[in-house]
Ligand binder design. Structure first.
Ligand SMILES: *Cc1c(COP(=O)(O)O)cnc(C)c1O
Length: 352
């Protein structure tokens, strides 16, 4: 007997980190920013004319694109926006990864990439990181249908130098290379300067982490005008007007408050350095992080057990089971006070 189920697009969805509703916890599990969004965001919301909601938003998210153009110094034709960078990345996979050859990404990386590849039936190959968690740029020079790499990588936090990114982009003129810079604002060197040299580069960003706007869902991408136009064409064949007027006002306000943005990013980097030193002193090992999290393991502690013991103590971190990642925990950098409480817990824990 044939069944309607034979015609279903059946997929294994991405599992996001938990969003517990309890208020008394320390939440270090989804790389959110511990500081509130810029005060300019609250002002923009208060000033927002509700009457505007009667109409569709500006076509192609013009309000937000203008602010991005102003702040990043790139023409509007080189800018694309979406509902979080997950939306930008999904549209980019759909637009640029249409080859029968496999797309390439690291074996330990953002766990949404293989979900989109499966959803869109894109063949893919996961290329193993080196034992120190480095992306090996030479591996990405084989034949492929596209490349996607986060820089810094997630969940390792490890940064690939710009010269290595350039090797990958320059070595793949027949593929689109997507650099997912979700965490670049925490001290990494961006690939944006390569845009003037390479047509096949797409740089993807988000306001969820460094701008404290995970709840607003704002992602964006920079590329050459041709590339960007293909993205808009696919977007507008799928669902136009996805970037609503309120969110555009929020995003634009955040972008224009550069001082607040720089201040909160540098606070997080300072906390990261201090927390990293204390974790090392406790015997944890991890790659040096250029992100707002570290990926730490301890020779005497079982990561899965620590994960659940922490949770029981009201401290949420992220655990990725599996042979490559199962001995580490990804810990978001919160406020100094939150990290102090985590360190105090770990000191006691290690005594037992
Ligand atoms: C968080 C994250 C994203 C998605 O962020 P959005 O909230 O959808 O903008 C994309 N890529 C990586 C590597 C991330 O860690």
């Amino acid at each position: 007997m044939s069944s309607w189920k034979e015609n279903v697009r059946s997929v294994e969805p991405y599992t996001p980190g938990e969003q517990p509703q309890r208020k008394d916890i320390i939440k270090l599990n989804t790389n959110e920013n511990p500081y509130p969004p810029s005060p300019a965001v609250e002002e923009a919301l208060r000033a927002f004319d509700v009457g505007r909601l009667r109409k569709y938003p500006t076509p192609d998210a013009a309000e937000l694109v203008s602010a991005l153009s102003e702040v990043y110094g790139l023409p509007k034709e080189q800018i694309y926006v979406g509902v979080g960078s997950d939306d930008v990345l999904a549209m980019s996979f759909l637009t640029f990864f249409n080859s029968k050859k496999p797309i390439l990404f690291p074996d330990v990386t953002y766990s949404f990439y293989d979900v989109w590849a499966d959803l869109f039936k894109i063949p893919y190959e996961r290329l193993p990181l080196a034992s120190d968690w480095s992306v090996l740029p030479g591996d990405y020079l084989r034949e492929n249908g596209g490349v996607v790499i986060p820089n810094p990588n997630a969940p390792t936090g490890k940064l690939l130098p710009l010269s290595d990114i350039e090797k990958i982009v320059a070595g793949n003129p027949a593929s689109v290379v997507i650099i997912d810079e979700a965490y670049i604002d925490f001290g990494g060197e961006s690939a944006l300067p390569l845009l003037s040299k390479y047509e096949n580069l797409l740089v993807v960003r988000t306001m969820s982490k460094s701008r404290s706007l995970a709840g607003s869902r704002i992602g964006f991408a920079f590329g050459n005008p041709d590339l960007i136009k293909y993205l808009w064409d696919v977007r507008n064949s799928f669902n136009s007007y996805t970037m609503d007027s309120v969110t555009q006002a929020v995003g634009a306000a955040s972008l224009r408050d550069r001082a607040y943005f720089e201040d909160t990013c540098s606070r997080i980097m300072k906390t990261r350095e201090r927390f990293s030193a204390e974790m090392k002193a406790l015997g944890f090992t991890f790659p040096e992080s250029a992100a707002n999290f570290i990926f730490a393991s301890h020779p005497e502690i079982d990561a899965a057990k620590l994960f659940s013991d922490l949770k029981e103590a009201g401290i949420f971190v992220r655990y990725f089971p599996g042979p490559r990642t199962g001995q580490s925990l990804r810990i978001t950098i919160g406020t100094d006070e939150e990290m102090d409480r985590l360190i105090a817990f770990l000191k006691e824990y290690l005594k037992k």
